[in-house]
Write a protein that binds this ligand. Structure first.
Ligand SMILES: *[C@@H]1O[C@H](CO)[C@@H](O)[C@H](O)[C@H]1NC(C)=O
Ligand SMILES: *[C@@H]1O[C@H](CO)[C@@H](O)[C@H](O)[C@H]1NC(C)=O
Ligand SMILES: *[C@@H]1O[C@H](CO)[C@@H](O)[C@H](O)[C@H]1NC(C)=O
Ligand SMILES: *[C@@H]1O[C@H](CO)[C@@H](O)[C@H](O)[C@H]1NC(C)=O
Ligand SMILES: *[C@@H]1O[C@H](CO)[C@@H](O)[C@H](O)[C@H]1NC(C)=O
Ligand SMILES: *[C@@H]1O[C@H](CO)[C@@H](O)[C@H](O)[C@H]1NC(C)=O
Ligand SMILES: *[C@@H]1O[C@H](CO)[C@@H](O)[C@H](O)[C@H]1NC(C)=O
Ligand SMILES: *[C@@H]1O[C@H](CO)[C@@H](O)[C@H](O)[C@H]1NC(C)=O
Ligand SMILES: *[C@@H]1O[C@H](CO)[C@@H](O)[C@H](O)[C@H]1NC(C)=O
Ligand SMILES: *[C@@H]1O[C@H](CO)[C@@H](O)[C@H](O)[C@H]1NC(C)=O
Ligand SMILES: *[C@@H]1O[C@H](CO)[C@@H](O)[C@H](O)[C@H]1NC(C)=O
Ligand SMILES: *[C@@H]1O[C@H](CO)[C@@H](O)[C@H](O)[C@H]1NC(C)=O
Length: 698
């Protein structure tokens, strides 16, 4: 208890000392903030800068707004505080010196200093900072300039708002905070992007805060660029297209927004489908320079590209080569391949000529031997196809004139002599008769192409034995042939029987230059049976030849039924209208043929003779053998002489060969000229041989 009492005494002493010292201190005027000296206030609210003071009961209080005194008052007096008229609505001073703002407005944001003075007690002061805020509302982000373009110097994002006081702003790009650096500058109410590029496209956010509100606002920014990396191509890519092909011409470029294509082909043509021109069944008039302009519709930036489309067309058909005579001394080689796009380029490399022309090319050369038979090629060059043709010029070939005879409706003999010689260029034919340059008069007529000479006359003797000459010529040479017509004649006459001898076939030929319009078949012997092989009726005229049949000039064989047990003799008379020629030789058919009366007599006489002949033959062989043995020692010279002579003789016998000039020889009629007994031999079967037509030969 004493301890507690002593502690109580000690406390009382301490209290007395403390109380004394406090009393002494209260002589000093002191003002202290009752709250933190930084005060945030929302506009429109009531706010108090609260202070407490000590040291005097009635000091003079002065509130300074910044340096400007706004309230002066001597506390505890009945006098009203001295407040400027315009601030009275807002400012109010409390009895304890605190300053109250009623319905505070933004303009009261300031530093406030309270000064207490009391004469004799000095002065005391303390300072508050009042910040008045409004709620942030309706923040809008805007861009300056409107669109961001890559490569511009700067691009600015700015915020604006209906109201609000911002204490802090923060910027975010795709939700990552932006710090000021070389590319970004955060200014008072904006973000500046220096040298924007396409990577700066994205979402920008600004976060605005004050103690009473915080607002986030977002804007999407697209940095425009392009057109760049333009591509203009035709697909499928080909050096050229054929008319009828289908292709797309595509024009595109990178950029934001995607560049659009404008087409120019002569004039503006519409874009079909996002920079693609579809050309189906393309024609050569669609070939040319296509220009595509790529436009960034927003930045109006442009790029231009051009492409040359080639549309080709093959010339029609194939190249044609020809050679023509010019003035009958020169040769004009021509080559033609018409149509097509482009035109084909033609040249004659084999003529050692380097020039060339398109579509149609001719070269003229003097005819010379080295052009004769030379294969001249024309090279035809076209991008679609390379082709060629060739032509060979030849001098006129050997030829054989042909002679045809017919009877015209007005009863004249019409003989046509035709001269056709293979030649390139085609040979020109000219005619002469005897020593005259060309046959004259109405008797003669030359066809328009001059290959045929027609002779018309009632009487064959008026024109046979004349020499008609035709000449076929071109610049490389000429061939000349003479034709001497001869009267009606038969060159060969044969008879064939079927195996039982009931049918015979007569065949004959006429020489190539013979003029024949018909034949009389004459018979000597019993009358022929009729087709039913009835017995013959009349044997009265059996001893003279009489005409049993007539044939026109084109016929070369005729069949007859006959009685194999009887003997007949046949011959043929050639005729040129009324003029009769030499009768043919006579052919006999009948039993015992080959053993005619004289023959039988000969055989009868021959049997003893042949025995004698055998003896003589044996002697002859012996002598011959003996003689040859001797001769071996002699020179053989005379033998080869004999052979030579035989050949020469043979040539003379067949004069046709001289004229045919190595062409196919006519049949050797001498060989066919068999003796009667051989000729009337029966054939194994009845096959009438095809009549041998021999081309007319001079
Ligand atoms: C502020 O003070 C005035 C006057 O004393 C009063 O009428 C008003 O209701 C107060 N306002 C608020 C929000 O307290
Ligand atoms: C000063 O007076 C006001 C109003 O009378 C009161 O609200 C405030 O609390 C007082 N301040 C102090 C520190 O006593
Ligand atoms: C507060 O002040 C504002 C503007 O000064 C005024 O519009 C409003 O009516 C005032 N409010 C009050 C309660 O006095
Ligand atoms: C308040 O005072 C401080 C320092 O004394 C100063 O930095 C500030 O700018 C002042 N504020 C106003 C609104 O005058
Ligand atoms: C910005 O872009 C995003 C997605 O890219 C989209 O969801 C958003 O709505 C856009 N905002 C504005 C303001 O255009
Ligand atoms: C053009 O061709 C392309 C590709 O073949 C096709 O996709 C497109 O539809 C065509 N456009 C027209 C307009 O025919
Ligand atoms: C194609 O046309 C464009 C525009 O007219 C031009 O600039 C370009 O030189 C032309 N190209 C050719 C190869 O002529
Ligand atoms: C043509 O031959 C006949 C005699 O056959 C003669 O009289 C004539 O003078 C000849 N004419 C010429 C041009 O040689
Ligand atoms: C020439 O003309 C004749 C008749 O006018 C005709 O039969 C012949 O075939 C023609 N020859 C040639 C090579 O044109
Ligand atoms: C026809 O020519 C042959 C030989 O070439 C000659 O023998 C004959 O006398 C000529 N005939 C005529 C009528 O000139
Ligand atoms: C003879 O032969 C032909 C056929 O070759 C035959 O038709 C005919 O009846 C034969 N005649 C006799 C009499 O045998
Ligand atoms: C002979 O011919 C006649 C008709 O011309 C015919 O009526 C008759 O029967 C034939 N006789 C014989 C034997 O065939």
């Amino acid at each position: 208890m004493t301890l507690l009492g002593e502690f109580a005494k000690l406390f009382a002493v301490f209290l007395a000392i403390f109380s004394f010292s406090f009393q002494g201190a209260s002589c000093q005027l002191v003002v202290t903030p009752a709250d933190p000296s930084l005060v945030n206030a929302l506009a429109g609210s009531n706010v108090t800068l609260a202070v407490s003071f000590s040291g005097a009961d009635d000091p003079t209080v002065t509130w300074l707004m910044g340096d400007l005194p706004v309230v002066t008052w001597i506390i505890a007096t009945g006098l009203p505080p001295d407040i400027p008229e315009n601030r009275r609505k807002v400012l109010n001073i409390e009895k304890n010196g605190s300053l109250t703002f009623v319905n505070v407005t933004l303009e009261y944001t300031s530093n406030y200093t309270i000064e207490l003075t009391k004469s004799g007690l000095g002065k005391s002061r303390t300072t508050f900072t009042l910040e008045v805020f409004e709620r942030i509302q309706n923040v809008i982000l805007s861009a300056q300039p409107d669109v961001a373009i890559e490569g511009a110097e700067r691009f600015t994002l700015q915020y604006s708002m209906l109201q609000g006081v911002v204490q802090q702003q923060m910027w975010f790009f795709n939700d990552i905070e932006i710090k000021s650096n070389s590319r970004y500058t955060v200014e008072e109410r904006s973000l500046v992007i220096l040298g924007p590029n396409r990577l700066d496209s994205g979402s920008y956010t600004v976060l605005l805060t004050n103690p009473f509100s915080s607002v986030t606002t977002r804007i999407n920014v697209t940095v425009l660029y392009g057109p760049e990396k333009p591509v203009l191509e035709a697909l499928p890519a080909q050096p050229f297209y054929l008319s009828g092909d289908t292709l797309n011409v595509s024009c595109r470029a990178e950029g934001v927004p995607l560049p659009t294509a404008k087409w120019l082909f002569g004039t503006q043509i519409p874009d079909q489908f996002k920079g693609v021109l579809n050309l189906t069944n393309v024609q050569s008039n669609q070939a040319g320079n296509y220009t595509c302009t790529l436009v960034n519709e927003q930045t109006k930036e442009e790029l231009q590209r051009s492409i040359i489309l080639k549309v080709y067309e093959r010339p029609s058909g194939i190249p044609m080569c020809s050679v023509q005579a010019v003035n009958n001394v020169s040769l004009q080689y021509s080559c033609m391949w018409s149509g097509g796009t482009p035109k084909a380029v033609l040249s004659f490399p084999t003529l050692s000529d380097t020039s060339s022309r398109v579509e149609n090319f001719s070269l003229i050369f003097n005819a010379s031997d080295n052009l004769n038979g030379k294969n001249v090629a024309c090279m035809a060059d076209h991008p679609v196809e390379q082709n060629q043709c060739s032509i060979t010029a030849n001098n006129p070939m050997m030829f054989r004139p042909t002679v045809r005879t017919k009877v015209s409706s007005d009863g004249k003999i019409v003989v046509t002599i035709e001269c056709v010689s293979k030649a390139s260029p085609e040979a020109v034919v000219s005619w002469s008769q005897g020593n005259e340059t060309s046959p004259a008069g109405t008797t003669y007529q030359i066809s328009i192409n001059a290959t045929q000479l027609q002779i018309r006359d009632y009487n064959v003797s008026n024109f046979i034995f004349q020499n008609y000459t035709c000449t076929c010529s071109n610049p490389l040479g000429s061939q000349r042939r003479a034709v001497q017509l001869q009267g009606p004649s038969i060159s060969d006459f044969s008879l064939f029987r079927n195996h039982n001898g009931t049918i015979i076939t007569l065949t004959w030929e006429v020489p190539p230059t013979s003029v024949v319009t018909g034949f009389d078949i004459q018979l000597k012997g019993p009358d022929l049976p009729d087709k039913h092989r009835n017995s013959t009726q009349n044997r009265g005229s059996a001893n003279t030849f009489h005409t049993i049949h007539q044939e026109p000039g084109s016929i070369r064989s005729v069949d007859f039924f006959l009685d194999p047990s009887l003997t007949y003799r046949f011959r043929v008379i050639p005729k040129a209208l009324m003029t009769e020629g030499e009768p043919s030789e006579v052919q006999r058919t009948g039993p015992g043929e080959g053993l005619s009366g004289p023959a039988i007599a000969g055989i009868a006489a021959g049997i003893p003779c042949s025995l004698l002949f055998l003896v003589l033959l044996g002697c002859a062989i012996y002598f011959c053998f003996y003689w040859k043995k001797n001769k071996r020692r002699q020179t053989r010279y005379p033998v080869s002489r004999a052979v030579e002579k035989a050949i020469t003789t043979h040539k003379e016998v067949t004069p046709h060969n001289l004229l045919t000039g190595g062409l196919k020889s006519p049949p050797d009629y001498n060989k066919l000229n068999l003796n009667p007994s051989e000729r009337s031999m029966a054939l194994p079967t009845f096959v009438p041989p095809a009549p041998v037509r021999v081309a007319t030969t001079v």
